[in-house]
Structure formats: C-alpha cells, structure tokens
Design a binder for this molecule. Structure first.
Ligand SMILES: [Zn+2]
Length: 338
C-alpha cells in the first residue's frame, strides 16, 4: 500500500487529481467546504422541522414509517426515537444478504421485541454472484455502494407495498443531509472525494447489464430514486439529522432501554456492519487509500461532531486477510495473497 499524505484537518489522503493538499497541508475538500460555508447562510436543520414533516405524513399509510434496521447503533436508535419520542407506528425492516452478523441480527430482534413493533426480514443471496464477479474481475467498484443500490431499491419497493410515506434511515449527519442529496452519498461522480470510486462502481454496473440476470438491476442510485418516484412517493429521513444528541448519548439510551450491544469486531471501530463490509474496506484501502468512512468522518470533523484524533483511532485497520477469506467462504472465493 502506498503511503499517502493526509490532510491536517480531516482524514482524507492526497489522491490525485480529485483530492489535493495545499501548502498548509489542508485538502481541497476542506477548502471547498470552508468556501461554501462562507457563502451560504443556511441554518442547520432543527427538530421542529422534523416534527412538522412527520405530522404531514402521519396516518397516511398502513404504517407511519418504514425503519431500515441494520442492528447498528444509528438505525436501532432511529427506530427507538420513531416509536418512543415521536409516537409513530413504524414497520421495522432488515435486509440480509447472507453477510449480516448474528450480533447485528440479535440487536434488531431485541429492539423490535422491546419496542413491540412489526418487523420484516428479507434474506436473499442474490448479490453473491455479483460480488464474486467483482472480486474475480479485479474491479475497483465499491461493494458497499453496489449493495446500497440493491437494498435502497428493495426498501422503496417494501415502502410501496405497504403504502408507507416515510422511510427512516439511521444516517448520521455526515452520511447525508437531505433527500435530494441522498443519491450523492454513495455514488456521486460530482463529489471529488467519491469521483474515482463512483466511476468504478458505475462502470461495473454498466458491464453487468450484459448479463440477463442483472438486466433489471438499477444502474445507479439516481436510477433507484427515479424508479421509486414512479412507483410510490416515499421520502427518506433520518432523525439524527435533526436531533441534538451525540452518539454517546443515544448509544447509552439504547444500551439501557433495548439491551443493545456493540459487536466484538467492527470497522470502523464502534460500529456495526455486515461482514462483507470488511472486504469492501480492504479493497477501498488497496485501490484508493481511503474508504467512504474516511469521507463521512471527515465531514463529521469539519462540522465539529468529532475530532480528527477520534476519527483516526476508529479508522485504524484491525483485521487481516484471514478474516476476509473466512467471510468469503460462502462465495467460494479466496483473496490472493498480497
Ligand atoms: Zn481535509
């Protein structure tokens, strides 16, 4: 792996031509952020904005909201707040591509039981062949991006099936901020920090289309949203964009109220992700020298939600190829030794 210079303010490495460092060692993304802040007078979203939106859609469908539950701290607390703080009638939804960890699934089960909310699990190994293709072709596409295109399409379909007006995701402030920028969170070629990753992902999806099996697979997150708008209008929101709580506060709450547990092994530290995430991270580090978590945490640092040292600690790689090969066993794939 090539040693890269890292921005002195966030955690993005120099990555020509998309991310450059100035003489002061600050990256072009931080620079652009400062310029945008200076020119926009926009206020941060407030909880009253969220309550107003919920009021508008409450009681319009079979359920008030569909909550995407991965078993992680962010989505579990999102479910908790929708039910207890906003008194909505949620349907919890977990998508499992066969790589969800037992710990994550157990977190979701305890939460839905304690909160007494209806719950659907969708398990499918549809994506296995796609991941195998990606790995053996050496494509630089980002596994997490392909997967999120798949599960967002699925989530919109489930929302349409139950006529649910609001989809609740556990996205934190750095992950996305508005419905219209949601598509840019995973696959936007426009954001310089995602440009190389997004280009590779879109290219891979384009090649995939030649295979009849994937003829109907969305070609991008933008296409997912376009299809969703035609099917049934649901908006995607996260309570974390509006709530004043920091992560420690809501983790403490769900640990106490829902018996929520941190997984033993995670990347980034203190998160809950599916096992495939480790493979995605490993590839991103190999191909780009950073991951989408570096992008998200850099945003958190700029917004004052996290320190640079905290981010660097959470982003330390604490796993090796043995773990990856163990994870990939169901695909019959072994990582070539470096
Ligand atoms: Zn920076």
């Amino acid at each position: 792996m090539v040693e890269r210079r890292i921005c002195g303010r966030c955690v993005l490495p120099e990555s020509q031509p998309d991310i450059t460092l100035n003489e002061a060692g600050i990256c072009s993304v931080c620079d652009a952020y400062d310029r945008m802040q200076a020119s926009s007078g926009a206020r941060p979203p407030l909880e009253t904005d969220f309550v107003r939106m919920l009021k508008k859609y409450r009681g319009k469908g079979d359920y008030d909201c569909l909550v995407m539950c991965s078993g992680g701290k962010d989505s579990t607390s999102a479910l908790y707040y929708m039910k207890t703080r906003y008194k909505l009638n949620p349907l919890a939804f977990t998508f499992d591509h066969g790589f969800e960890t037992d710990e994550a699934m157990a977190n979701v089960r305890r939460a839905v039981e304690k909160l007494d909310v209806d719950y659907i699990t969708y398990r499918s190994t549809f994506i296995h062949d796609m991941i195998r293709k990606l790995l053996s072709s050496g494509s630089r596409a980002v596994i997490c991006h392909l997967c999120s295109i798949w599960y967002m399409d699925l989530t919109f379909k489930v929302a349409a099936r139950f006529k649910i007006p609001i989809i609740i995701a556990g996205w934190t402030k750095g992950q996305s901020t508005r419905q219209e920028v949601m598509s840019k969170c995973a696959c936007s070629i426009e954001a310089p920090e995602y440009r190389s990753m997004a280009t590779a992902t879109l290219e891979f999806l384009k090649q995939l289309r030649d295979d009849p099996k994937y003829h109907d697979f969305p070609g991008s997150m933008e296409e997912v949203l376009k299809r969703a708008r035609k099917r049934h209008k649901s908006i995607v929101l996260s309570p974390h964009w509006f709530l004043p709580y920091d992560t420690e506060t809501y983790v403490e709450t769900i640990q106490r109220e829902l018996d929520w547990d941190y997984p033993k092994l995670s990347y980034p530290g203190k998160s809950t992700n599916c096992a495939l995430n480790f493979v995605s991270v490993y590839n991103s580090m190999r191909f780009y020298g950073f991951t989408h978590y570096h992008v998200e945490m850099s945003k958190h640092i700029r917004e004052g939600l996290m320190t640079r040292d905290e981010a660097l600690k959470l982003l330390e790689i604490d796993f090796d190829e043995h773990l990856l090969n163990d994870i990939l066993k169901p695909l019959g794939y072994t990582f070539p030794a470096d």
